[in-house]
Design a protein around this ligand. Structure first.
Ligand SMILES: [Zn+2]
Ligand SMILES: [Zn+2]
Length: 488
C-alpha cells in the first residue's frame, strides 16, 4: 500500500476520534488546533492546512453550522425527524420502500438489513427485509431491478394504518441505524404547521444552494447541514427531503445532487425523463392578452464596450427570434449568418439579503445564467418561438445575448420599462442609441481631410497606437485584407 493512500484516511480517523467525544457544535478553529496537536504539519500555514482537512470531511464526518462552526454528523442527525406518506398499495402489501428513502438518513453504505425500528415505547418493531424484483423499462431494454422493502405488515396492521396516514420516523441512533416509527393519522395532521416546516426546510436548502460556489450541492452534505441548521429538528416532522424539494419546485434533485430547477436537467434526470416519456422542454407558458400587447423597453450594450448601447422596444407577443433580428440590425451584425443565443441572468446568494449594504452587494454580485435558447438566422432554433412575455421579466431584470457562437460577441440587456403600446408605432423598434464617438479615416487625414471611418483593417493594424481606420473609399485599396466594420 502506498503511503499517500494511507495519509488521507489517517486525517479522517483523527477527526472522527476528536468528534466522537463532542456533545454539541465545535469551533472549526479549535478542531484545527487539536488536529494539529495530534498530527503536526510541515505546511507553510499548518492551521490552514488542517482547516482544509476539516472542509474535506464535510458531509462525511461533520457539517458546517456556519463558516466557523462544525457539528458531527452523528449529532446533526440525532433526533432528526421526517415523514413518509403511505398509500393503499403499501398498506395492503405491508411493504415500505426503504432503499429510496432511508439511506439519506444513515451513514454512507450502511447495510439496510442492520436497520432497527422501535415503536414509541422503545420496543423493537419486528420486520423482514423483502427483496422485490421489478421489470423496469430502461433505454437498454427491459431490466430486472431488485429493491429492498421493509415488510412491516404486522406493525402496520396493529396500528390500524389508513391510506392517507403518514409514517413518522425519528433517528434515535444514526451510527447504529436505530429509528423510531410512529403513525400519524390523517385526522391528526396539522396541515398548516406541516406546510410551514416544509417551507422552512426548502428555504434552508435554497439558501445553501444560493451561497454555494457552484450551481449545485451534494445531497450527502446538504441533508445533514439542513438538519443541523433546522430549529427544532426533533419537533413536528417535515416531509422526506426529496418530497419537500419536489413540492417546493425551486430545486431539483436526482438523489445525488441538488440544483436549480430552471437550470435544465442533469444527464441522469434527462435519462429518467426519457424513460418516463416526459417532455424534454417545458411547454409554453400561458400569456394573457394584456401581456401580449405590453411593450418591453431594453437597454442593450456590448459586454466589453458598455458605452456602445441601443435602446430597443419589443412587444410581449413577439419572440426571441424577433428580438434577435432587432439586435442584429441595431448592432450591424449579419442577419443571414451565425447563431444568436439568449440567457436570463439571475442574481445569486448575497444580493438582496438583509444586512448586506448596496456596495457590498455590488462587489459580491453573482449571477447564474439560465439558458433560454438559441435562434438561427432566418428563424428556427429552440428559442425562436419563445415569446417575450413568457420570460416573466420584471424591471431591472437582465438578459445576455450572444451573437455568433464562434466570435462570441456578448451583449447585456437590462429591462428598463414595461409600457402600454402606442397606437401608431410598429414594434419591435430601436428608440435611442449612444452618441457616436467617431474615428476618422487615417488615409484621408494624411491628405488633410476628415472623413468618418467605416472599417478597420485588422491586417494593417499593428497595435492600439497604429489602428488603420478607413473610410469606404480608402477601404477599397485593402479589399484583399481582413476588414471589420466599426460600430458606433
Ligand atoms: Zn479615406
Ligand atoms: Zn490593410
Amino acid at each position: 500500500m502506498s503511503s499517500s493512500k494511507e495519509k488521507v484516511p489517517a486525517y479522517e480517523e483523527v477527526i472522527a476520534d476528536l468528534l466522537r467525544s463532542t456533545t454539541g457544535p465545535v469551533s472549526a478553529k479549535e478542531l484545527a488546533e487539536k488536529l494539529l496537536a495530534v498530527r503536526p504539519s510541515q505546511a507553510r500555514n499548518p492551521l490552514q492546512a488542517m482547516r482544509q482537512h476539516i472542509r474535506q470531511a464535510n458531509g462525511r464526518l461533520l457539517v458546517f453550522l456556519d463558516a466557523d462552526t462544525v457539528l458531527s454528523l452523528r449529532l446533526a442527525f440525532q433526533g432528526a425527524r421526517f415523514r413518509l406518506p403511505l398509500d393503499r398499495e403499501m398498506i395492503n402489501k405491508g411493504l415500505v420502500n426503504i432503499v429510496d428513502s432511508l439511506p439519506y438518513y444513515l451513514p454512507l453504505n450502511f447495510p439496510l438489513e442492520q436497520v432497527r425500528f422501535v415503536d414509541s415505547a422503545g420496543k423493537p418493531v419486528a420486520f423482514q427485509i423483502k427483496p422485490v424484483s421489478q421489470q423496469v423499462n430502461t433505454l437498454f431494454g427491459h431490466q430486472d431491478i431488485t429493491t429492498l422493502y421493509a415488510n412491516l405488515s404486522d406493525w402496520l396492521r396493529a396500528q390500524k394504518v389508513n391510506a392517507k396516514d403518514h409514517l413518522l420516523i425519528t433517528i434515535l441512533d444514526w451510527e447504529q441505524g436505530v429509528m423510531q416509527l410512529a403513525r400519524e393519522p390523517f385526522g391528526q395532521r396539522n396541515q398548516g404547521l406541516l406546510a410551514q416546516r416544509n417551507r422552512l426546510m426548502a428555504d434552508l436548502f435554497f439558501d445553501l444552494l444560493e451561497s454555494a460556489v457552484d450551481e449545485d450541492i451534494y445531497a450527502h452534505v446538504a441533508v445533514p447541514t439542513i438538519y443541523a441548521r433546522l430549529p427544532d429538528k426533533s419537533g413536528y416532522p417535515p416531509g422526506h427531503w426529496m418530497i419537500v424539494l419536489e413540492e417546493d419546485g425551486r430545486m431539483i434533485s436526482d438523489g445525488w445532487r441538488i440544483h436549480y430547477s430552471d437550470g435544465g436537467f442533469s444527464p441522469l434526470e434527462q435519462l429518467a425523463r426519457e424513460i418516463a416519456g416526459e417532455p424534454q422542454h417545458p411547454a409554453a407558458r400561458p400569456v394573457s392578452k394584456e401581456q401580449r400587447e405590453q411593450v418591453y423597453r431594453f437597454k442593450a450594450a456590448l459586454a466589453y464596450r458598455p458605452n456602445l448601447w441601443r435602446e430597443i422596444e419589443v412587444q410581449g407577443k413577439q419572440t426571441l427570434a424577433d428580438l434577435d433580428l432587432l439586435l442584429r440590425e441595431a448592432f450591424n451584425h449579419d442577419v443571414f449568418d451565425h447563431l444568436g443565443g439568449f440567457w436570463k441572468l439571475i442574481p445569486r446568494g448575497i444580493q438582496g439579503k438583509p444586512g448586506v449594504t448596496k456596495r457590498g452587494a455590488a462587489r459580491q454580485a453573482r449571477y447564474r445564467e439560465v439558458k433560454l435558447g438559441h435562434v438561427e438566422p432566418m428563424g428556427g432554433g429552440e428559442g425562436a418561438r419563445i415569446r417575450i412575455a413568457e420570460l416573466e421579466l420584471a424591471i431591472g431584470d437582465r438578459l445576455k445575448y450572444v451573437y455568433d457562437f464562434g466570435d462570441w460577441i456578448e451583449h447585456h440587456l437590462t429591462l428598463e420599462a414595461i409600457e402600454t403600446p402606442q397606437a401608431s408605432v410598429k414594434y419591435p423598434r430601436e428608440v435611442a442609441r449612444n452618441q457616436p464617438e467617431y474615428v476618422y479615416c487615417v488615409e484621408c487625414q494624411k491628405k488633410g481631410k476628415q472623413k468618418v471611418a467605416k472599417w478597420i483593417c485588422l491586417e494593417c493594424t499593428t497595435g492600439p497606437d497604429h489602428e488603420i481606420m478607413l473610410c469606404e473609399k480608402c477601404a477599397d485599396r485593402h479589399e484583399e485584407h481582413y476588414l471589420e466594420e466599426i460600430l458606433y
